[in-house]
Design a protein around this ligand. Sequence first.
Ligand code: NAD
Ligand code: TYD
Length: 363
Amino acid sequence: MKTYVVTGGAGFIGSNYIHYMFKKYGKEGAIKIINVDKLTYAGNLENLKGLEDCPYYSFVKADICDKDAITKIFEENDIDRVVHFAAESHVDRSIKDPEVFVRTNVLGTANMLNCAKAAWEQADGTYPEGKKFLHVSTDEVYGSLPDDDNAFFYETTKYDPHSPYSASKAGSDMLVKAYMDTYKFPANITNCSNNYGPFQFPEKLIPLIINNALQGKKLPVYGDGKNVRDWLYVEDHAKAIDMVQEKGRLFETYNVGGHNEKQNIQIIEIILETLQEMLSDDDPRKAHVSRDLITYVEDRKGHDRRYAIAPDKIKSEIGWEPETMFKEGIKLTIKWFFENEEWMKNVTSGDYQKYYDDMYSNK
Ligand code: NAD
Ligand code: TYD
């Protein structure tokens, strides 16, 4: 049995990864997962529904910056793998309040590395076979690509982060690289493009647009709407992470991307068309869903123009490729939101409503 610590497993990608792993390896003891999450506004245990009774899944509420709490987890369990998702993840929030991004993303990652190193390092400075730490990062560390260009982000592309979010993720990546170089600490880094799918918090573009369109609320488009993101269905990302840990070369970075570059305005139009297709004629929400809701608003500060990943290395070395085409992935995502209205109601009440009102009040 392999024992995993998954940090941030109550968030969007972390929870999808945990479901993917139990689907792939079963719930009979081939793997055991300890989900470590502080449950910030973005963490939601509802995302793990269905695993409560699984004897090989457990949850520990802890802050990744808390040395005692993380050390205790390593002392009480023989951990084979760490998959480190926990982070503050939203660019707009990082522009308003950068400090918590530095704390969680940089200091939290440093603490995870220190605790894993302390638990795993042998007297001669080597590490037992099979101990592996995977740091989940973003393509945003590479900065911004120009419009209409065939340029892509490669693993060798120079880091050039612009937002406090991407700068803090770049800092965390550098720490992982330093541990690999200095201590031969057994790790990998994955830099992935924008994800979408079930359980994504509706502060991010795709769930925000789905939720607003269904309620007949404005669809806020930053700037000219022509910024490009490379969208990947979240389950494909979960699969990539598992394949990198199982088949990747230690100490390597792998870029993960969807080969699916689209302008924001195109994404919004696809969502509107797909909602029109999927809603039945007698559904009162169908009348809301219209291009008239599209509202151009003030641009994000320092808004990166274009992201595009070249996933050549992960394909040639490991055999990973994106499997879910956008047309299919967006249908799966919308279907999930239709079937989980309660989830959306729960996460958009309270604090989120306040954030939304502040964020979009003068837009
Ligand atoms: P998310 O915001 O949905 O989830 C983050 C999780 O981390 C939440 O459950 C939250 O409670 C937890 N967390 C935050 N601070 C914590 C702390 N101090 N201690 C313990 N837990 C804490 O984020 P996500 O979109 O699932 O992203 C997960 C990871 O993937 C992040 O590292 C992010 O940088 C990276 N990533 C995200 C995307 C994307 O498109 N969302 C793309 C590439 C990489
Ligand atoms: P987002 O989902 O926040 O991801 P990221 O900033 O990490 O790429 O935003 C995706 C793109 O959509 C980005 O170019 C900003 C844009 N955007 C809007 O136009 N309107 C919105 O309300 C949001 C949240 C994002």
